[in-house]
Design a protein around this ligand. Structure first.
Ligand code: BES
Ligand code: MG
Ligand code: ZN
Length: 283
């Protein structure tokens, strides 16, 4: 496989202002990870898998506070990136005739004198501007630049996985992930792969009308909408960073971790998504 790590200066040169805004406060530098698997012959298709890679999510200045904020769990906020790299390991061993790009804009969401401020306006690598009305909606900021990067590779489809919203856990609980897609065929292919793999996803609406909740008077959009339908506005936010490639978003906030043995998983990180992604790439 080929590995390319873009350091902060390279990300700056690409204009990844959304990703870098999130990374600003941490003493640990951001790393934009791009791993590529190429088959020996001509690839049957080219795919990209993008994983949210927050090594810790404190919430930033909108700090996760109070009982139920789950701040002590937020080491699992890299579960999307972990599943992406887990799928890479399996795919490199199975050697399908498909080119696959594995991507994560990895960073830590922290507080310090260098932190992104609530109210800051960031410019992403596709030129769109974002009013950060809540620093805790950081995953979508990192994914914005990762999705723009993925589409520029000229792939046939992009799937992202992210521990994106508490709202998705409220909607679907801890055993079913949310699925949003701009493309019915891609959604169907993923559901088929999930069924074979034994994972559960429930398709949710990309309801354009709800984008009203993200309207800003000072930027192209805010990063946070109203509390109700929060997993949907998060998906609609991501959609702003896709031009025309078939794309699907998997919200794995509920499924990334388990406290108990449940037949498939031991307590701890579950690796949710790996089985489905591998099956999808092979299909
Ligand atoms: N990483 C969290 C989402 C999360 C919360 C995953 C709880 C697993 C358990 C994400 O970055 C986040 O903080 N989302 C906010 C968004 C809100 C500010 C719009 C949330 O869901 O509360
Ligand atoms: Mg957050
Ligand atoms: Zn997060």
């Amino acid at each position: 496989m080929e590995l390319e790590i873009l350091e902060q200066d390279a990300c700056e040169a690409l204009g990844m202002g959304a990703f870098l805004g999130v990374a600003k406060a941490s003493d640990l530098p951001p790393k934009f990870i791009h791993l590529t698997y190429r088959p020996s012959g001509t690839p049957r298709r080219k795919l990209a898998i993008v994983g949210k890679g927050l090594t810790f999510d404190s919430g930033g200045l909108n700090i996760k506070a109070g009982a139920g904020s789950m701040i002590e769990m937020m080491k699992f906020d890299m579960g999307g990136a972990a599943a992406t790299l887990g799928a890479a390991k399996a795919i490199a061993q199975l050697k399908p005739d498909v080119e696959v790009h594995f991507i994560s804009a990895a960073a830590e969401n922290m507080i310090s004198g260098r932190a992104m401020r609530p109210g800051d306006i960031l410019t992403a690598s596709n030129g769109k501007t974002i009013e950060v009305n809540n620093t805790d909606a950081e995953g979508r900021l990192t994914l914005a630049d990762a999705l723009v990067f993925a589409e520029k590779l000229g792939v046939d489809a992009i799937v992202d996985l992210a521990t994106l919203t508490g709202a998705c856990i409220v909607a679907l609980g801890d055993n079913i992930a949310g699925l949003w897609s701009t493309d019915d065929t891609l959604a169907k292919d993923l559901q088929q792969a999930a069924q074979t793999a034994g994972e559960k996803y429930w398709q949710m609406p990309l309801e354009d009308k709800y984008f009203d909740g993200l309207k800003s008077i000072v930027a192209d959009m805010k990063n946070t909408g109203p509390r109700f339908g929060g997993a949907i506005t998060a998906a609609l936010f991501l959609k702003q960073f896709i031009q025309s490639v078939p794309w699907a978003h998997l919200d794995i906030a509920g499924t990334v971790w388990t406290e108990k043995e449940n037949g498939y998983n031991s307590p701890g990180g579950t690796g949710f998504g790996v089985r489905t992604l591998v099956q999808w790439v092979l299909s």
